[in-house]
Design a protein around this ligand. Sequence first.
Ligand code: URP
Ligand code: ZN
Ligand code: ZN
Length: 471
Amino acid sequence: MSVLIKGGRVVTAADDYVADVFIEGERVSLIGEALDVQADRVIDASGKYVLPGAVDPHTHLAMPWRGETTIDDYESGQTAAAFGGTTTHVDFCIQGKGQTFAEALETWHGKREGKAVIDNGFHIAITDLSTAERLEELGRLPEEHGVTSYKLFMAYKDSLMVDDETLFKAMQVAASSGALVMVHAENGDAIEVLTAEAIAAGNTSPRFHALTRPPELEGEATNRAIQLAHVAGSPLYVVHVSCAESVEPIALAREKGWNIWGETCTQYFFIDQSFLDRPDFEGAKYVYTPPPRPKANQEVLWNAVRTNVLQAISTDHCAYLFKGQKDAGRDDFRQIPNGGPGLENRLQMIHHFGVREGRISLNRMVELLCTNPAKLFGLYPRKGTLAVGSDADVVVFDPEKRVTISAATHHSRSDYNLFEGTEVVGSPELVLLRGNVIVDGTELLAQPGSGRFVRRARFGEELRPAALQTA
Ligand code: URP
Ligand code: ZN
Ligand code: ZN
């Protein structure tokens, strides 16, 4: 099967030009002006952007946690992703206490089988590193499982949190195995104290989710992780950076040339702390972690992504129902499942409010949503760009299409949308995964099970199709 995408504006992290893209089988085989080739299917892309399929490095599909399971499984979550122009994501495989990593990975592979409509890899989320066997197994994950990033939670004392000894040992393993360490950076011990005090004082409403997790505690943990990673000699990626207190230590470390990277998520640009006060318990929709911050942080985050203090924008898609899951916390904010949906709307939101409103360039948008996540997580140049030999993961994006974002039309199973009612201009029209059209307008064409697991390269190494390897 061959496809010719004709006359679109091809935009990568580096380039922006009108060209034809010729796809043979699963890969891009030619990019050029007015290509003289025969194709099984010709797509007219004039007036459209031709973008690399977006890569989301932070999602939680079918994740059991604190007695609830996130409402999007691999089929619904990846369908939402596909409609939003995301063709690859890296999901968190959570190690149960006492479990081997191989057991955890087997469970997560089972979740995607027969359901996946886009490609994905796994990060391992470490909860238990207490034996020599686990430490040794951790070092083998890149080679044996194609899992080249380790995530550790510095908060959630009731469930996922690890101590500094575990964090530091994981960093030491990563320094020799070639993995990238990721941290959820908040001081879990201090949050536990503040939370207990709030409840004892009768402060149970959603706003206390934010007030018991102040930005200083994110800043402290971010700085602690940075210093530990520097001593251990491992690269570090700070997930869901939400505030100035966390941006500042990352900026300082990067100024010193340290191997520190970071992401923020779409919601932190648009949703501020006041959303938690919405009436009728609607504030619970915005209970995710770190919490929505005071509005001034939004400009700090735009600056951070513009100046490369942060290199990626993810979604942290962790979807729950408002009615039936979030409402378990009506009388106690601690019982509100933490997380929100977002996989489908990242490209639309960042294009409209980032590019159209002049905060970042079109190239920088591609870099933040596609190329950098692919580079940092061992997927590039197979994913994250449009180049000869890359997987033909392509978004034909209509920059003038008007859309009103709504739970009534989104593809997540969540009964609400974080950006409900937001009007954006610009939306994916056609999405291809490895040369196959998987979304055409409002139609999903991918078969459940057609998405593939991607074994990722080690941090700093490239993932090339075997035929194109240079050395
Ligand atoms: O609230 C959130 N972010 N839920 C998912 C788990 C995490 O901390 O990433
Ligand atoms: Zn987190
Ligand atoms: Zn997360």
